[in-house]
Write a new protein. Structure first.
Length: 185
């Protein structure tokens, strides 16, 4: 009975930490990112068990529920495979028109975005930067700094993830370090 009750918060978002009873955690190692980096020889020389990123999420609705919202924090480790920065797998949403917000919490990186015509561009991510990702735009984050890059995300509970398309076709540009600076190539 919640009528007239005064409740203490059970969920905390402090700095780049998300804590609470129903917060779930998932991890991606380099081994989970097979096929996404260009330099396959360099990829083959790196330990498959090395942690690339971890995601803390709060998913209060059943996956697929229309009208609900999910919240998550991603912590992406620094590093490169050859000259290509560590990055998330990247995805379109399964329900194509679903949008999402990302915002930078810590570290430096780039949000790589690609529309349905395969135009690809990047937005610099810094602590406090806010990024609106419209529906129909694939999104992936790269860590261009020397420390952890963390960002928060909020997305609809019926958005879903279409990873297959990015796994098969990739983005139409990659973020590569050239002469010490990141370039989309
Ligand atoms: C979910 C949201 C994020 C990502 C996370 C990892 O829609 O965009 O929580 O899941 O940043 O990226 P990815 O591409 O491996 O799911
Ligand atoms: Zn998304």
């Amino acid at each position: 009975m919640k009528h007239k009750a005064i409740l203490s918060p059970g969920l905390f978002f402090i700095g780049d930490e998300l804590k609470g009873e129903n917060v779930s955690k998932s991890q991606r190692t380099l081994g989970d990112l097979a096929g996404i980096f260009e330099d396959q020889a360099a990829y083959g020389r790196m330990p498959a068990e090395q942690l690339a990123y971890e995601v803390y999420s709060y998913l209060p609705e059943r996956e697929g529920t229309p009208g609900g919202l999910y919240f998550g924090i991603t912590r992406l480790y620094p590093g490169k495979v050859g000259n290509e920065y560590f990055m998330t797998k990247g995805h379109f949403h399964r329900l194509e028109d679903r949008a999402e917000y990302y915002w930078g919490l810590e570290g430096e990186g780039m949000l790589i975005l690609m529309d349905r015509e395969r135009n690809t561009w990047a937005e610099r991510m810094v602590p406090g930067s806010l990024h609106y990702i419209p529906g129909g735009v694939a999104h992936r984050v790269t860590n261009t700094g020397s420390g952890i890059l963390s960002f928060a995300a909020c997305w609809p509970s019926d958005a879903g993830h279409n990873y297959e398309e990015i796994a098969n076709e990739g983005f139409s540009a990659r973020l590569i370090e050239e002469n010490g600076t990141p370039k989309l190539r």
